[in-house]
Write a protein that binds this ligand. Structure first.
Ligand code: MIC
Ligand code: SF4
Length: 647
């Protein structure tokens, strides 16, 4: 039987299990990437594993998130990351070299390889025909140590592309359409695979925009075939030898199929406060805009920014709009500068921002109170921008550029004054890699430097026989990891778990951390009660690690997202699902809850537990469906304890 691209890559990397959708498989990981906000913990965990050198083909450590450097903490992290990379054989991408996903696509991605990254947008690599998956830092640490990555064998969903994008309609509109079809929930365990005649009309960076933001659907990853367009991109990056052709067999099977006619798409936007709240740009025309920001790992390629330059050239940004541009990489910025694009942007009144995550993670450029902010990134969760009352719309770079000029949202299809600039992909990119530092061959004498803000990752205790405590918090649907563990101005505590833990659920219920800490100190347990799709969004394992530190032992939800579930297990927190979703209503915040005999139940392979709500005198059945490996990790109190025990 024919195979699709996903199956071909997974089959070639299979290290355990069978490719039957829904079963657990283990795959060999060729490449890993980390970024600084998740990286310090990942390397501390790698060090705790006691290996002498990374064992996978290529490990790259990027510094792109915490580059704002207010106070010593970020710079201390960078110094640790640089020295630990040299010590253990990791390539170090210096701050200023660009956003991990953009740089990895340009300089390292290889069709047909597997990539595991400690960032949820690692699927960007799918634009090059990789199986590129986001995971928690500790899973990446294990992969750097040569260990396999465990995942659910995916349901492969085909997205068949026909037609060709019209002027002013872009790859961003394709992925916004995908989000309209699939939404941000209910897609756990799926991989989106793109096929059809429309594929060859899209450049690699356009494909990468699509696979990048596929992360918002909650899928495992997204993948494109590798074709002549891929070859041309790699050749232009001076890496033509990395190219291999990769396509689905004509009789390949898929679990579900959707067709998108690129010719019929129109400019779309994700309205506040969710990436799947899709509306047409035309329906927003006339909305006044106070801020426009172009950049992020979704939309900051050379072609994206050149399109923006051509729209803005010789024109001036509206006086009421604060307008910033963050090129995705040093390569993009340098090439724009060499062509005069930076001068054109400055001439138009742009603020040139660092080639880093910056505004996207909310560590700068917070909008004014109640402002409408148009951004080209991938997440518009409430408060992520740093301003709770702001209304963030996610759009394509040309839609953003037009709004910056006019001070209001413009329907580009009705645009008369400015012709749509069709930008060609360059024949050769600037491949200056001087901000990549390769590790020395003999690293035994390298001293790893840790600043005072960098603490050991805290250890959990083995799972107790009984969990007895309180529903310390009850939250609703679609709680993201930004709700659980805010980034933005709190980012500098990423390497200091006790300090960072004070902000768990900060924007949802500022009293949570104090209450949870008090219960923990009194020897009781904390339980989190949640609605649907708990743990959407980022891969940050701090959303499990910090609750663990506060004594959270279980999360009971209507449904849970993939990376967060894995992170909870990795830190010894039980992720449980209501057997009957209606039982969510039978628990209130503050109720006394008990799970008796959990250890024995898990040890014996039982997949249902009874949660006793002592405050109401009711028993609630909950699903504890884990693989035998996950049970062992939970019993040990997390992956670090488990890895030590199984040595
Ligand atoms: C994000 O976009 O939310 C982040 C910040 O890149 C996160 C990683 C992190 O929290 O460090 C992600 O997407 O995984
Ligand atoms: Fe950085 Fe934003 Fe991309 Fe996350 S989504 S990696 S914060 S640019």
């Amino acid at each position: 039987m024919g195979m699709n691209v996903t199956q071909k890559i997974l089959q070639a990397h299979l290290a355990g299990g069978e490719l039957i959708a829904g079963r657990e498989i283990a795959i060999k990981i060729d490449q890993t990437l980390t970024q600084d906000a998740t990286g310090t913990m990942a390397y501390l965990q790698f060090e705790a594993m006691g290996l002498d050198r990374v064992r996978n083909e290529l490990a790259v450590s990027y510094v792109d998130h915490n580059t704002i450097q207010v106070g010593f903490e970020n710079a201390d992290d960078h110094r640790y990351l640089q020295t630990v990379a040299a010590r253990y054989g990791v390539v170090y991408s210096r701050p200023g070299n660009g956003i991990c996903h953009q740089v990895h696509l340009e300089r390292f991605g290889v069709p047909g390889k597997t990539l595991l990254g400690s960032d949820s947008h690692t699927p960007t690599g799918g634009g090059l025909g990789m199986i590129a998956i986001g995971a928690g830092g500790i899973d990446v640490a294990v992969a750097m140590g040569g260990g396999a990555f465990h995942l659910t064998s995916p349901k492969v969903v085909r997205i068949h592309l026909t037609g060709r994008l019209r002027p002013w309609v872009t790859a961003k509109d394709v992925i916004l359409r995908v989000l309209q079809i699939f939404s941000t929930k209910g897609n756990v365990g799926c991989i989106l695979e793109y096929t059809g005649p429309g594929v060859k009309t899209l450049s690699v960076p356009e494909r990468a925009t699509i696979t990048n933001m596929g992360a918002e659907c909650g899928v495992t990853t997204s993948v494109f075939p590798s074709d002549e367009v891929t070859r041309a991109f790699l050749e232009a990056q001076g890496r033509g030898e990395s190219w291999v052709a990769l396509a689905a067999d004509p009789d390949a099977k898929y679990e579900r199929e959707e067709t998108i006619n690129l010719s019929a798409l129109e400019p779309l936007a994700a309205a506040p406060h969710s990436p799947d709240n899709i509306v047409t740009v035309a329906s927003l025309a006339g909305t006044r805009v106070e801020q426009v920001l172009i950049g992020s790992c979704t939309n900051s390629s050379f072609a994206d920014l050149k399109t923006v330059v051509r729209i803005l050239q010789g024109r001036t940004v509206h006086p009421d709009v604060s307008f910033g541009v963050a090129p995705g990489s040093r390569q993009v910025l340098k090439m724009l500068a060499e062509e005069g694009g930076v001068a054109a942007l400055l001439g138009a009144g742009a603020r040139i921002l660092e080639s880093a995550c910056g505004f996207c993670i909310g560590n700068s450029q917070s909008p004014s109170t109640d402002a409408v902010s148009l951004r080209t990134n991938n997440r518009n969760f409430e408060g992520r921008s740093g301003t709770r009352s702001a209304k963030v719309y996610l759009v394509s770079p040309p839609v953003a550029a037009l709004a910056a000029l006019r001070g209001k949202i413009v329907d580009p299809l009705a645009e008369k004054a400015i012709p749509y600039p069709r930008v060609r992909m360059p024949k050769a990119f600037d491949t200056d890699d001087t901000m990549l530092i390769h590790p020395p061959a003999d690293a035994a004498s390298v001293r790893v430097v840790r600043g005072p803000n960098i603490g050991e990752p805290p250890r959990n205790t083995p799972l107790p026989e009984a969990i007895r405590g309180v529903a310390t918090i009850k939250v609703g649907d679609k709680i993201t990891t930004d709700h659980i563990m805010p980034a933005g101005s709190r980012l500098k505590y990423r390497s200091n778990v006790p300090a960072y833990s004070a902000y768990v659920f900060e924007g949802v219920d500022a009293g949570f951390a104090r209450r949870a800490g008090e219960l923990r100190d009194a020897g009781r347990h904390n339980l989190v009660i949640a609605g649907e799709s708990y743990g959407q969004g980022s891969s940050r394992e701090h959303a499990a690690l910090c609750p663990m530190y506060l004594g959270v032992k279980a999360v009971v939800a209507r449904s849970l997202e993939r990376i967060h579930t894995a992170n909870l297990i990795n830190f010894g927190i039980l992720p449980l699902v209501f057997a009957d979703a209606a039982d969510y209503d039978r628990i209130s915040q503050g109720d006394e809850l008990m799970l008796e005999g959990v250890r024995s139940a898990l040890g014996s392979g039982v997949d249902r537990l009874v949660l006793r709500n002592a405050s109401r005198g009711v028993d609630i059945p909950v699903v504890a469906a884990f693989t035998s490996r996950q049970r062992a990790i939970l019993l040990a109190g997390g992956l670090l304890n488990y890895t030590r025990e199984s040595k």
